[in-house]
Design a protein around this ligand. Structure first.
Ligand code: AHR
Length: 505
């Protein structure tokens, strides 16, 4: 048994939790849109083609923002293709995913669906094959009430009220050689800065995101962000981070500590942004938009030959449909802990992606929709992480990893809601074989009683939810809690994620 001790103290404040931390991402990729959120003819779909069963699960997941329409897709996308009468919309080759894009869903439809979800739309403009003018056009189309050709076109298309999109991504992963229009940091920085300046001439209150590096593994990591920010610092509000994690050569110890990699990634991007701030003697502090993150078994996807076959351009092929295990969900829950722990600077994040494509929700055409294992830590974190993030004082043994060096066996973060005095503690046990008993010192919170205690774990860490067994894995009540004077004791099984709430007594 691992023994650990932690202190929760409402004075250890990291920063307020921005609700945008619990966003997700819908790309025109594989079956995320078509046969995902949209499937006319599905028994649960209404006249607008949205699957009601999927919508219900998305609401339950609790996503607060939706980044759209890509991803790599956006770097070849003509937004005009997706508006106006559906029967007149073109079918296009999508080079990013070697698919055919039928344009049955576009900006107006997606904005309407986002409203049904109760989320905020975050829109990415194409700075790959297109540029400043098209960014201005889509902004005018989306946000101007009326009286210009483009805004009147939206009204004529049935979207009478402007979409009021506040947050805009200036392109996607422009540092990646796989990206259409891939450019150097200087080229991209200049284009992003001039696009941002022009967009602000339409609306100075927009919140703009410059493309940071698409991962700490990129050879240009660090220098990319610095150069881009030298051009854009005064014009943007966020720098983006993207990161995906998977086990390398079966090394589960390092995989379980992926959040250490995420912590270091975020800290390094913040350090670069603050370096540029100091060099520019700016008063503005940049936030991070971690607008793509997840566990993704990318190495499996890179072996799919079909995506380079010149004779195959399918509509909505099954791409990137990872099945997530309990192990993956524990790593995933730990990544959320890392995001929450950086709440002072990470003020937006998008789980990539929402449905079918490396997603917490899966669907079968004409059939059911179900929750993957990753659904559970996301929905409970979105629901229970409120108020401010608190740094935990956590003492526990550590272990050695190949990728990250020596790391603690346990990790966690707490949140505190001053409006009702409640706290939530999110914890993971990274040990492959030992349970951990954690002694929690709650004295600084005043008298509290435990509320909800739920754990995700399984004797088979590879167990997953599938079409055949959609409810194989779920959360269980953690009934191990004991009181020891003014301390609480809770036991965390090996490879597990847990949330414990505390309420004033
Ligand atoms: O989320 C899948 C892809 O990962 C996105 O299209 C791209 O931005 C990233 O490389």
């Amino acid at each position: 048994m691992i023994r650990a001790h932690l202190t929760v103290d409402p004075h250890f404040v990291v920063g307020p939790i921005n609700r945008r931390l619990f966003g997700s991402f819908v790309e025109h990729l594989g079956r995320c849109v078509y046969d995902g959120i949209y499937e006319p003819g599905h028994p649960s779909a209404g006249p607008d083609g949205w699957r009601a069963d999927v919508l219900e699960l998305v609401r339950e997941l609790g996503v607060t923002t939706l980044r759209y329409p890509g991803g790599n897709f956006v770097s070849g996308y003509r937004w005009e293709d997706g508006v106006g009468p559906v029967e007149q919309r073109p079918r296009r080759l999508d080079l990013a995913w070697h698919s055919t894009e039928p344009n049955l869903v576009g900006l107006d439809e997606f904005a309407a669906w986002t409203k049904l979800v109760g989320a905020e739309l975050m829109y990415a403009v194409n700075l790959g094959t297109r540029g400043l003018q098209e960014a201005l056009d889509v902004l005018e189309y989306a946000n101007i009430a009326g009286g210009t050709t483009l805004s009147d076109q939206r009204v004529g298309n049935g979207a009478v009220a402007p979409h009021g999109i506040k947050m805009w991504c200036l392109g996607n992963e422009m540092d990646g050689p796989w990206q259409l229009g891939h450019s150097t940091a200087g080229e991209y920085g200049r284009l992003a800065a001039s696009t941002a300046r022009a967009m602000r001439q339409i609306d100075s209150s927009l919140e703009l995101v410059a493309c940071g590096s698409s991962g700490a593994q990129m050879p240009s990591f660090g220098t990319w962000d610095r150069t881009v920010l030298e051009h854009t610092y005064d014009e943007v509000d966020y720098i983006s981070c993207h990161a995906y994690y998977e086990p390398i050569d079966g090394d589960l110890g390092s995989f379980l500590a992926s959040a250490v990699g995420m912590d270091r990634f975020i800290d390094s991007v913040i350090a670069t942004a603050d370096f540029v701030k100091a060099a520019k003697r700016s008063n503005k502090t940049l936030a991070v938009s971690f607008d793509e993150w997840n566990v993704w078994y990318k190495s499996r996807y890179e072996n799919v030959d079909r995506i380079t076959d010149p004779n195959s351009w399918p509509v909505a092929p099954r791409l990137l449909e990872d099945t997530y295990s309990v192990l993956d969900a524990v790593v995933f829950g730990n990544l959320m802990i890392s995001l929450i722990r950086h709440a002072d600077r990470v003020q937006a994040a998008s789980l990539a992606q929402l449905v079918n494509v490396i997603a917490p929700i899966m669907t079968e055409p004409g059939g059911p929709a179900w929750r993957q294992t990753t659904f559970f830590p996301f929905s409970l974190s979105a629901q229970l992480a409120k108020g401010v993030a608190l740094e935990l004082r956590l003492d526990c043994p550590s272990y050695d990893t190949v990728e990250h060096g020596e790391v603690p066996l346990l990790d966690g973060v707490a949140t505190y809601d001053a409006t009702d005095g409640s706290a939530s503690i999110f914890l993971v046990n990274r040990s492959m074989d030992a349970p951990a008993q954690v002694e929690i010192d709650t004295r600084a919170l005043g008298p509290v009683v435990p509320g909800m205690a739920r754990t995700l774990s399984d004797a088979d860490i590879h167990a997953a939810n599938t079409l055949a067994e959609p409810e194989r894995v779920g959360l269980a009540d953690n009934s191990s809690i004991e009181r020891d004077g003014d301390r609480l004791l809770i036991t965390l099984p090996p490879v597990s994620w847990t949330v414990l709430t505390l309420n004033p007594s």
